[in-house]
Structures are given as C-alpha cells and as structure tokens.
Design a protein around this ligand. Structure first.
Ligand SMILES: Nc1ncnc2c1ncn2[C@@H]1O[C@H](COP(=O)(O)OP(=O)(O)O)[C@@H](O)[C@H]1O
Ligand SMILES: [Mg+2]
Length: 385
C-alpha cells in the first residue's frame, strides 16, 4: 500500500518536501490556511485554520504519518485532533517557545547566550536593568525572520517593546553564523555545516563549506547531534549557531580553536539554510526527511567537491515586471555559469523582505560560488542589484 504522508504547511518547504516524498513513492496531502500557498500548484492542499481540531483531524484521517514545515502551529489543536506528528509534539512545544527552548539549552548544558524570561512590560524595565544593557528582547512565541525582536541599547529603549512576554538575551559579538541540520531515525546523521549571512535579520546567503576550521566544524556538528539526541528528535533538527572571536559579556560558551560557540535556536523541520543541500550533497535535507517519514534507512549525506552558495530572492531583489521572466533570465546563462538551481516559489503577494525564491551556484570555491549567485540575483532586478 502506498504510504500517505501529510504535511502541515504548504509553503515552499512543504512543496520541496512533497516532491522528495513522491520520489520515495509516497502519496502526499498538505494542510494550510491559504488555498493558494506555493505547494498548491502541484499538490493537493486541504485548507483550514491552525486552531481547528476538526479540520485538522479530517486532514489527519487521510494520512499514515503527519509532519510539519513550520513550527508555529497550534499544539493544543493538534493534540485535540489526536495528531502525533514526526517530529513529536514535545519537540514542537520546546522549539516553538523561546522560553522553553532556552530552558532546554540550560538543562541540556548546551552553550547559549545568557537570558532571562520576563512575563510582561510591567517587569521589563527592572528586569532589563538587572540583566544589563545592551540586550535583545525576543517574543516568546511567534517570532521569525527577526520579527518580534528589539535591541535594547539602554533603559530608554524599553518603551519600544510591546506588552508581551519576552526573553531578554545577551548580545553575542557574532563573527560568523552557522547552522547544522541533523537527520535522525534509528541513526543520527549530520549534514556538513552551513555558513549563513543575514541582512536585516533575514537569511541572505548560505555558503558551503563553511569557512571555519575543521575543529570548529566538528564541534558544531557534535553539538547539533547531541541536541537532536537529547530532544529525541525523529526527523530533522536544524540548529542555528553563533560563533564569536571573543566571549559575550554574560554568557558561557564552548571555546574551540579560539572560537566561542553558542547555540542560538532550533527548527525541527527543513530549513532555509538547507536548500543548498539540494545541489551540494549526495542527499538533500528533503530527501532525508522523506526517508525518515517513509521508514527507509538514512545514510550520512556526503558533501560534493567544490564550493556552493545559496542566495535568497526576496521581493526587493525582483522587479515586478521581471518576476515571471526571472527564472528564464537567470537560467538563460545557466549552462556555463555554474548556476545549478533557480527556484521561484510562485507567491502572489509581494511585501518587503518576503522570500520569493532562491538561487544555488557552484564554483571551485565558496567565494566563487557566492560571487556567481549574487551576480545571477542581480540580473533579476536591473534597477536595484
Ligand atoms: N543574542 C544575539 N546576539 C547577536 N545577534 C543576535 C542575537 N540574537 C539574534 N541575533 C541576530 O538576529 C537574527 C535572528 O534571530 P533569531 O533568534 O535566529 O530569530 P529568528 O527566529 O527571527 O530567526 C540572528 O540570526 C542574528 O543575526
Ligand atoms: Mg533564527
């Protein structure tokens, strides 16, 4: 019998996962609030609210196994719908809530920026003065792509934070951000680590291999595997890390080869930084998650030779008039340029910083791949490269 896999969320991550699942012989159905979400172009999407147990249960009744492509789903509604997703509800509950995530880091003794949880604005001023400035306030639930974060340089900035529960966090003097994706079933395997650059808190570029020493790379992968094991993840766990040349003021790091390593946060799902694995590795993040969901064995992904770079295409990188022709333009010089993948997600609405697609390039080294990818992206908008 064909195994039926359900995906909560029909965005670009859901669409790429669905494609990998179909290759593994699965039948796939997705669930989203938005009937025109990216995956709807090629897959069946049931629509309903994230907090409607009946609609969720009807979706789940069509599935042998359910996973999710976003962690901001309503755990209580999933529980009421008797959905037991992969990764588990316990993993989801920890990783969708910054206070629980930080408490986990502390209890698992994984290195992380010092933090304090503040319940509401009435307590924020005093808590921030005791904790010390500068610090970053982050909402406990619902934040992503830098949304729900405020840098507090001094007491004067406290008033900018809305009256919600926040985590106050030490500012890490970041030299490099990296991430590591671990796939886990009976075995635990790690992808090579990715080096990530953000612009205005949104991922801009990912390069592989990350430009860190082999000792740092292996310490990062080791921490990512440990986190997946302690959380007991089945499926994928992405761990984001900060690397700093000097320690953060109030935090305790793991120092390797002169680099201070901090775990930033987790995502128990395919991750934007992992798109590069579609080209750079023997199996992609989507392939390995598909295998776990199909109960097929997984093998450690191998890094192919050379350097690879993924750049996100945001609304501002894409001229309106060019958006439909964009893929063709970029693919136009594809054959000899080292551009391996150009993907536009087919999103109708444009808003600042919205992720519309990505490009992946390869070259003999990471710098070359990055230059190619950025140049290709600049052809998507001749006005504003
Ligand atoms: N404690 C910190 N110190 C320095 N920079 C930070 C810190 N926390 C977050 N940032 C910056 O903001 C980005 C987004 O923060 P993150 O906690 O990963 O939230 P999101 O859920 O929006 O990805 C990080 O990738 C990093 O560039
Ligand atoms: Mg992040």
């Amino acid at each position: 019998m064909t195994r039926r896999v359900g995906i909560l969320g029909a965005g670009q991550l859901g669409a790429m996962l669905a494609t990998a699942l179909v290759k593994q012989g699965a039948s796939v159905v997705l669930y989203d609030r938005d009937a025109s979400a990216p995956a709807s172009k090629r897959f069946r999407v049931l629509t309903g609210s994230w907090s409607d147990p009946q609609a969720l249960a009807a979706f789940a009744s069509e599935c042998d196994v359910v996973t999710y492509e976003r962690e901001h789903v309503d755990v209580e509604a999933l529980r009421a719908a008797k959905i037991v997703p992969v990764p588990s509800l316990a993993v989801l509950e920890t990783t969708q809530n910054r206070a629980k995530e930080k408490a986990f880091l502390a209890s698992a003794r994984l290195p992380h920026a010092a933090f304090v949880v503040v319940e509401d604005r009435a307590h924020l001023g005093e808590a921030a003065s005791v904790f010390g400035f500068p610090c970053i306030a982050k909402t406990i639930v619902g934040g992503y792509d830098g949304k729900g974060q405020w840098l507090l340089a001094s007491a004067g900035d406290v008033g900018r934070v809305p009256d919600v529960a926040v985590v106050l966090e030490d500012v890490v003097p970041i030299a490099i951000e990296v991430s590591c994706i671990v796939a886990r079933a009976d075995e635990t395997v790690a992808f090579p680590i990715f080096e990530n650059a953000h612009v205005a808190h949104v991922l801009d570029t990912t390069v592989l291999p990350a430009r860190v020493s082999p000792e740092v790379a292996s310490a990062v992968a080791q921490l990512a595997c440990e986190a997946a094991q302690i959380l007991d993840v089945r499926g994928l766990l992405t761990t984001e890390f900060f690397l700093a040349n000097e320690p953060a003021a109030r935090s305790e790091s793991t120092a390797v080869d002169g680099m201070h390593i901090y775990v930033n946060e987790f995502a128990p799902r395919p991750h934007n930084s992992g798109h590069v694995t579609r080209v750079a590795c023997s199996s992609s993040q989507f392939d390995l998650l598909a295998k776990v969901l199909m109960n097929a064995p997984i093998e450690a992904p191998k890094l192919l030779s050379g350097g690879f770079a993924m750049v996100n295409v945001l609304s501002e990188h894409c001229d309106d008039a060019l958006v439909s022709r964009a893929a063709a333009i970029a693919i136009g010089d594809h054959a000899h340029s080292g551009i391996d993948e150009v993907m536009l997600y087919g999103k109708a609405g444009r808003s600042p910083r919205r992720k519309l697609g990505h490009l992946i390039a390869h070259a003999p080294d990471a710098e070359g791949a990055m230059a190619l990818a950025i140049r290709a992206r600049s052809t998507l908008n001749p006005v504003r490269p």
